[in-house]
Ligand binder design. Structure first.
Ligand code: AKG
Length: 199
């Protein structure tokens, strides 16, 4: 991240059971789903199994992190998501100027034109990517192999709290109720331990 500090933000596990193809890809950027903005936001996706593009290996649109606008986040079942963040919802900012007015293009339909990067991963292989980088997989077409991956997110010095009106916000990603939440403030919470500080 080229950041003077790093905090652990959150992690989760992504599972594709055998025979779960996706009708379409789920191209998306991560950061619009999260209550944060800045350049110092990075994801670490680690495959726990052997996987290939046929078995839901994560792929990327290179350079997509340089776009100055986001694709609007949707639920991964195609539905729009929103969650109640309680009184903090009143702090949400009008972020309509941050979004393009169309969903991500179907990059997989012409992967060469978009330079789509596809990989095969061995257990323990990982990719680190910018939170604006567009990524997806094509689902798991194996009849008998599960795809399991671990994702960890880190935030650095320039990361700032935000809440975008009208888009998915997960209350679990906000500071604890007894902690300050101020739009525009540095990301600080007991939930996000400092793991690195340059001297
Ligand atoms: O594992 C997947 O299929 C999705 C992972 C992802 O979108 C992420 O780690 O940000």
């Amino acid at each position: 991240m080229e950041s003077e500090s790093a905090r652990f933000f959150f992690d989760h596990v992504f599972v594709f059971d055998p025979a779960t193809p996706v009708d379409d890809h789920y191209w998306h950027q991560d950061v619009p789903y999260w209550p944060v903005e800045g350049e110092h936001i990075v994801s670490f996706w680690l495959s726990l199994v052997h996987c290939t593009p046929e078995t839901a290996a994560l792929k990327f649109v290179p350079g997509s992190h340089r776009a100055d606008k986001f694709y609007r986040p949707n639920g991964f079942d195609g539905k729009s998501l929103s969650q109640d963040v309680g009184e903090r919802g009143a702090l949400a900012v009008d972020a309509s100027d941050q979004f393009v007015d169309h969903p991500p293009p179907p990059f997989h339909e012409d992967p060469e034109a978009h330079g789509v990067l596809e990989f095969s991963y061995e257990p323990g292989d990982a990719v680190m990517f910018h939170s604006r980088a567009v990524h997806s997989s094509g689902g798991n077409n194996s009849p008998n192999k599960r795809r399991v991956a671990y994702s960890a997110r880190y935030i650095g010095t320039d990361a700032r709290m935000t809440l975008r009106q009208g888009v998915f916000q997960d209350p679990a990603l906000l500071p604890d109720e007894d902690e300050a939440f101020t739009v525009g403030a540095p990301m600080q919470s007991r939930k996000w331990p400092l793991i690195y500080q340059s001297v």
